[in-house]
Design a protein around this ligand. Structure first.
Ligand SMILES: NC(=O)c1ccc[n+]([C@@H]2O[C@H](COP(=O)([O-])OP(=O)(O)OC[C@H]3O[C@@H](n4cnc5c(N)ncnc54)[C@H](O)[C@@H]3O)[C@@H](O)[C@H]2O)c1
Ligand SMILES: [Zn+2]
Ligand SMILES: [Zn+2]
Length: 382
């Protein structure tokens, strides 16, 4: 089969690999019909994630058709059209029993903090991902769901990560009626977080980024007020001005460890590797929220230390909530929102790259060229 492979920072290409085999009775092998590149994949592409090995196939957003099933699989049949959450989880450990699917204790021998993620380095279990023609799906009875007939492929693939993660970001914000919600980042995750904030009763939704074309999308797709942080000397002060100098009730970090906006943070992280990431957006969130407010962190940070303003968070009495999204927990509610037309996740798709051209896809997405917001990946066999 053809599969994307990592060759080192900023280098990916498509190679031949063996079609994955059933390795365990509860495995399935899925023929991928549509995939996507996530902002999280850029952290791997940029060489920011420890233990990203040469030859690893990325891709944790994909849907497909069941190609083979192991002997114990009961919920899936060959030929089923399925969507697969980006988390790999067992469904039965202490954490899964409490819905903490992204924190499953049984699927990642390499780290205890995080469960398994398809195509997300050996730090997240070393599972090959779905930017390929076929992918092995462990715990096939637990993660995947049949795609309802009424759901389009493009909506389904966005429901495997970006859309539920944005929704989860708004949930972690514990938004109450009338709250002012500031979302840092107008990428796919931030756009869905902003849109979801209204569903949870927000009174105002403000989105901060420095890419005007994405802020435009935040206005049209998520009906948000928008702020380009390069147009303000101090974006935190601007957020204070917007909120009677109290601060927002809720701030959502949908940027993560590769934030722009602070040269010192950039140099000490990406260049000198003195910290694991550049927590500019997280620090802005801590500063922009009011005392007693909530900071929701869905932007991704790796296992290494970052210079987060914890003293301010402590002294302001903030609630900080963070996690990788437990995707399957969000599905019942999101299926309803998609079915009744409130949310059309595919509205944010801007690019469709054939799998053979995935190197170009990574380059365009990483460099934010050509108005890109969400790139899909179309395998040749699909
Ligand atoms: N928690 C989870 O389960 C989960 C799931 C998916 C993605 N993520 C993470 O969410 C983050 C966003 O993902 P995405 O797909 O939207 O990525 P993306 O790269 O497309 O979007 C990030 C956006 O943040 C903007 N930005 C950069 N610095 C900023 C700053 N200081 N303030 C405000 N905006 C800034 C960028 O211009 C860009 O538009 C990434 O860190 C990704 O790894 C987490
Ligand atoms: Zn992702
Ligand atoms: Zn588990």
């Amino acid at each position: 089969m053809r599969a994307m492979v990592y060759r080192g920072p900023y280098k990916v290409r498509v190679e031949d690999k063996d079609i994955p085999a059933i390795e365990h009775p509860n495995d399935a092998v899925v023929r991928v019909t549509l995939g996507a590149i996530c902002g999280s994949d850029l952290h791997l592409y940029h060489g920011m994630m420890p233990d990203t090995r040469i030859g690893h196939t990325f891709g944790h957003e994909f849907i497909g058709v069941v190609h083979a099933v192991g002997s114990s699989v009961q919920n899936l049949n060959v030929g089923d059209r399925v969507m697969v959450p980006f988390n790999i989880f067992c469904g039965s450990c202490w954490f899964c029993a409490r819905g903490l699917y992204s924190n499953c204790h049984n699927v990642n021998p390499n780290a205890s903090a995080i469960g398994g993620i398809y195509g997300y380095s050996h730090t997240c279990g070393g599972y090959d991902g779905g930017q390929a023609e076929f992918v092995r799906v462990p715990f096939a009875d637990v993660g995947p769901a049949l795609i309802p007939d009424w759901m389009s492929d493009e909506d389904a693939v966005l429901l495997t990560d970006a859309c539920p993660t944005g929704y989860f970001g708004a949930q972690l914000g514990e938004i109450t009626e009338g709250d002012v919600v500031v979302v840092f980042g107008a990428g796919p995750v931030g756009l869905f977080a902003a849109k979801s904030a209204w569903l949870m009763g927000a009174g105002r939704v403000l989105v901060v980024d420095h890419l005007d074309y994405r802020l435009e999308k935040a206005r049209t797709f998520a009906h948000a007020e928008t702020f380009n942080f390069t147009e303000h000397d101090d974006i935190v002060l601007e957020m204070k001005k917007q909120t009677d100098f109290l601060g927002a009730d809720v701030a959502i970090d949908a940027v993560g460890a590769e934030a722009d906006g602070n040269l010192l943070m950039h140099v000490t992280s990406a260049k000198l590797k003195l910290q694991g990431g550049s927590p500019v957006a997280l620090n802005w969130a801590i500063d922009a929220v009011r005392k007693g407010g909530t900071v929701s962190v869905v932007g991704a940070y790796g296992p290494l230390f970052s210079a987060v303003k914890f003293g301010d968070a402590m002294n302001k009495g903030l609630t900080i909530r963070a996690n990788q999204c437990p995707v399957k927990r969000q599905w019942p509610r999101l299926f309803e929102h998609v079915k009744n037309g409130y949310l059309t996740p595919s509205d944010i798709v801007t690019h469709r790259f054939p799998l053979e051209d995935i190197a170009e896809g990574y380059h365009v997405f990483s460099a934010k060229l050509d108005g890109i917001i969400k790139p899909l990946v179309v395998p040749s066999a699909a």
